[in-house]
Design a protein around this ligand. Structure first.
Ligand code: NAD
Ligand code: LMR
Length: 338
């Protein structure tokens, strides 16, 4: 049974901004894994986003409570909860953006790759449904290991004949969020002004923050830059250890996921110059998937931007990450093509 709650009158679905006569388009966002540690705060943040007109919340457990709760918030979107596999199609139909935080999180001592056995199957099933019910949606993959789940999704979409590399994104925004926070702290600059690209992938040394390109500029020593790089690469583990067996980053991830989904919606709506880092199909290096800055537009990826100038330390990091990232990509492809 779907849990439907109209929080706005149908006439309120087209939102007019300020004095502008330009209407904000109707946009449906579906969250798969909406009742989880990430799913709940992420769904809340998407409910607060005025670009969203329809919010579909899907999970295999606890969806009714989460959907009822969020639906009472007096913002634009209509919230509908979908609580079983039989309803997955309805949750996905008409979606412009599908966000996937479904899957198990790490416990202390585990790598993200240790999640592969469970999460690969979950992602495969969900992507088969996306191919069937909303093949044109922009897919924001959060489930780990992202370095493998994105290639899995690509192969599932290829099998279904729906693959469009412009529409598949591994969400690496949390790495950027962390790099900005840690850099601002060390460089003593206002965090809201900080920009730092993070490239590569989303696990350990495959996460490569490019602090040489960070703005505002600061004179940090090599030791400080090495420490910042390491802290960004180990940011996920820092949270996993602090949570001591109760999961991994959820709140900061929800924030990061909401930023990335908002960027996708802005791109779809034709806002110019929307740029975020993301793990996408790429020719920036010899690897088939790679995270770098991406320009978002009406069809998803408009342009995958290059790396820009790297310091010697970053060049070394780039070469070091390639074998691990390639093997995670190949593992995902092998799983999905078997
Ligand atoms: P969680 O266990 O709290 O929540 C996961 C949710 O997924 C649960 O509600 C569960 O019922 C649901 N789920 C499981 N199988 C499903 C299915 N087939 N369909 C729909 N829903 C299903 O975990 P969490 O802390 O929210 O983390 C979720 C995933 O996100 C993990 O794999 C974690 O490693 C990953 N993660 C990624 C990033 C990133 O930067 N990309 C950051 C943090 C966490
Ligand atoms: C993160 O970076 O916080 C996530 O990938 C979760 C994890 O397992 O570290």
């Amino acid at each position: 049974r779907s849990i439907k709650s109209l929080t706005t009158s149908p006439s309120a679905h087209i939102l007019r901004r300020g004095y502008s006569s330009e209407a904000v388009p109707l946009r449906k966002v579906t969250v798969l894994g909406a009742a989880g540690g990430i799913g709940q705060p992420l769904s809340l943040l998407m409910k607060l986003n005025p670009l969203v007109s329809n919010l579909a919340l899907y999970d295999i457990a606890n969806t009714p409570g989460v959907a009822a709760d969020i639906s009472h918030i007096n913002t634009r979107s209509e919230v509908v909860g979908y609580a079983s596999d039989a309803e997955l199609g309805k949750a996905l139909e008409g979606a412009d953006v599908v966000i996937i935080p479904a899957g198990v999180p790490r416990k202390p001592g585990m790598t993200r790759d240790d999640l592969f056995n469970i999460n690969a199957g979950i992602v495969k099933g969900l992507c088969e449904a996306i191919a069937k019910y909303c093949p044109k949606a922009l897919v924001n993959m959060i489930s780990n290991p992202v370095n493998s789940t994105v290639p899995i999704a690509a192969e599932i979409f290829k099998k279904a004949g729906t693959y469009d590399p412009k529409r598949l994104f591994g969400v690496t925004t949390l790495d950027v969020v962390r790099a900005k926070t840690f850099y601002a702290g060390k460089a003593m600059v206002p965090v809201a002004e900080v920009n730092v690209p993070v490239v590569g992938g989303h696990a350990g040394i495959t996460i490569l923050p490019l602090f040489s390109q960070a703005t505002p500029k600061a004179n940090l020593s090599d030791e400080e830059l090495t420490a910042l790089t390491k802290r960004t690469q180990d940011g996920g583990t820092e949270v996993v250890e602090a949570k001591a067996g109760k999961g991994s980053a959820t709140l900061s991830m929800a924030y990061a996921g909401a930023i990335f989904a908002d960027a996708c919606l802005k791109g779809l709506n034709g806002v110019p110059d929307v740029i975020e880092c993301s793990f996408v199909q790429s020719t920036v290096t010899e690897l088939p998937f790679f995270a770098s800055k991406v320009r978002l537009g009406k069809n998803g990826v408009e342009e995958v931007l290059g790396l820009g100038p790297l310091s010697d330390y970053e060049k070394e990091g780039l070469e070091k990450l390639k074998p691990e990232l390639l093997s995670s990509i190949e593992k995902g492809i092998k799983f999905a093509t078997q």
